[in-house]
Design a binder for this molecule. Structure first.
Ligand SMILES: NC(=O)c1ccc[n+]([C@@H]2O[C@H](COP(=O)([O-])OP(=O)(O)OC[C@H]3O[C@@H](n4cnc5c(N)ncnc54)[C@H](O)[C@@H]3O)[C@@H](O)[C@H]2O)c1
Length: 484
């Protein structure tokens, strides 16, 4: 039984909704079901930063494919902001509902699909309610944050026959799809091991330590919240399932002691009221950024959420330095690291195969969420294929426009366009892919506490293998390499 984090907020949020000047829906819906409208109807739960990507897709490039009929959030101020933006975009304002009114939202606005973009630990509440109501679900990553919740989702899918899609946009970045194609082609044979090192810098990386993400019970820590992207990529790149996990993790940079070593008197509550803001280069000015102000600062009155908490405060419960070894069912090994205080932002990944090595690095340009600035992941990076013996070949990096290296737009077309072509890379992820990736992070978190390796099959039961493309087999003949 999953404890709902939303119980009891319904009435409170409704009252606050009136204060925010929005009509919490009572009967029907402004953007609700129109007879004769064949477009799919969507409801969004969680109206923060990430939800804007889905809203803008349905108000813009995909408005002929779907319509946003309802929204649900604990914060009525943020729903009022969505309503304003909808009207500006020329779309009807979605009907607004408090979390306690989820069933009424479904009854009144009749969505086909619920899009879940709440903080991570609350996804499960809405995924299961939507499945129980006979609806399909698109959830943001990570699908959920622990093994009990993952099991509840796996069971609910089996019980209801509903569909859960996890929006793993990283799979759709052109250069990550390119890597998958090279691996599928057999150019480096079958993969025996992967070295994968992800770096977050002290701008984007620090941002995780300010927000709800810094509370492990809400985000699962960076092993779940952030690394779910990376573990999913490796699972999908290899078309394989993780079997065993060993890991170590610690927080040694975003600490009160580091605040003092940087010359501050110590941590403070938040940037907005910080007495040492002039001296601290980690200071984030919510008021100076129109997007951050409208989403968060202006709506603190409704839920008391501060998006600019001190990155050095003592109550942070997530790690900033993590190392993980994953053993795969097919025999490959992954060596992975994630550090959140680096000099640059991006990653190195290398696949060691029976015919050679495939290397890829990317220097990502990341911005603070909410700034509205486009991220360009493909500014600097490359792919190199090195045969076991022979000359290395540099392969031009396939690039794309838009956020997350062009992945978001490609994924949105795959989600919303009913005529999207069949995908030979099978990039659509369901609850099995969602679970397989988070369970590596869940296992790593357990290793941090116990120091003992964890078997994935000890965490959940009935986790089937996702639909992954065929890869070069581990038993195929390998050509004798050229004489050295
Ligand atoms: N795929 C990606 O690249 C990507 C990027 C950013 C965020 N995300 C994911 O999107 C989700 C949302 O992140 P965000 O950055 O938009 O966070 P956010 O804090 O900006 O927004 C979260 C929203 O959920 C609302 N909320 C909080 N608790 C709720 C509850 N119990 N019920 C209903 N609403 C609730 C908040 O009021 C807020 O409006 C997260 O799961 C995050 O991991 C994915």
């Amino acid at each position: 039984m999953i404890e709902s984090k939303t119980k009891g907020v319904g009435r409170r949020a409704m009252i606050a909704g009136a204060a925010a000047g929005i009509a919490t829906a009572t009967t029907g819906a402004q953007a609700g079901a129109k007879s004769g409208d064949s477009r799919k109807a969507y409801a969004i739960v969680g109206c923060g930063s990430r939800s804007r990507m889905f809203q803008e897709a349905l108000w813009g490039p995909h408005k002929d494919h779907g319509r946003l009929v309802a929204m649900c959030d604990t914060n009525p101020g943020r729903m009022a902001y969505v309503a304003t933006r909808a009207v500006k975009a020329g779309a009807p304002a979605p009907a607004a509902y408090a979390p306690g009114d989820f069933s009424r939202m479904v009854r009144e606005t009749k969505p086909d699909t619920v899009i879940v973009t709440t903080p991570d630990a609350y996804h499960v509440d809405y995924i299961i309610q939507a499945l129980n109501a006979g609806l399909n679900v698109i959830t943001e990553k990570p699908m959920t944050t622990d093994a009990v919740k993952a099991q509840a989702i796996l069971d609910a899918v089996k019980r209801t026959g509903g569909k859960v899609r996890v929006s793993f946009n990283y799979r759709y970045s052109p250069f990550r799809s390119q890597l998958k194609e090279i691996l599928m082609s057999g150019a480096i044979g079958d993969v025996l091991s992967v070295d994968f090192h992800w770096l977050l810098n002290t701008v984007h990386g620090a941002d995780y330590f300010r927000r709800w993400h810094s509370n492990k019970s809400i985000s699962g820590g960076l092993m779940v919240h952030k690394a779910t992207h990376h573990f999913d990529l490796v699972n999908w790149w290899l078309s394989d399932m993780p079997a065993t996990v060993s890991a170590t993790g610690k927080r040694h940079f975003y600490t009160p002691d580091m605040a003092r070593r940087l010359g501050l008197t110590g941590p403070h509550e938040r940037c907005h009221t910080c007495p040492e803001k002039a001296a601290c280069t980690f200071h984030l000015d919510l008021a100076a950024d129109a997007g951050l102000k409208a989403l968060y600062l202006d709506n603190e009155q409704f839920d008391g959420y501060f998006r600019d908490r001190c990155v050095f405060r003592p109550d942070i419960s997530i790690e900033d330095t993590m190392n993980v070894i994953v053993g795969y069912e097919g025999g490959a090994t992954l060596s992975y690291s994630l550090n959140a205080f680096n000099a640059w932002e991006g990653y190195h990944v290398a696949f060691n195969g029976t015919k050679g090595r495939l290397e890829h690095f990317l220097n990502e340009q990341a911005t603070t969420a909410g700034s509205g600035a486009a991220q360009s992941e493909a500014e600097r990076g490359g792919i190199r294929l090195i045969p076991l013996r022979g000359a290395a070949q540099d392969i031009p990096l396939r690039t794309g426009a838009g956020s997350h290296g062009g992945g978001d737009d490609v994924m949105l077309a795959d989600i919303f366009d009913p005529d999207a072509p069949a995908d030979p890379l099978l990039r659509t992820a369901d609850e099995r892919g969602g679970a397989a990736s988070i369970l590596i992070g869940v296992a790593a978190n357990r290793c941090f506490e116990t120091g003992q390796p964890v078997r994935i099959d000890s965490l959940v039961t009935g986790l089937g293998r996702p639909a992954y493309p065929l890869m070069p087999g581990h038993d195929l003949p390998v050509p004798m390499p050229a004489r050295a």
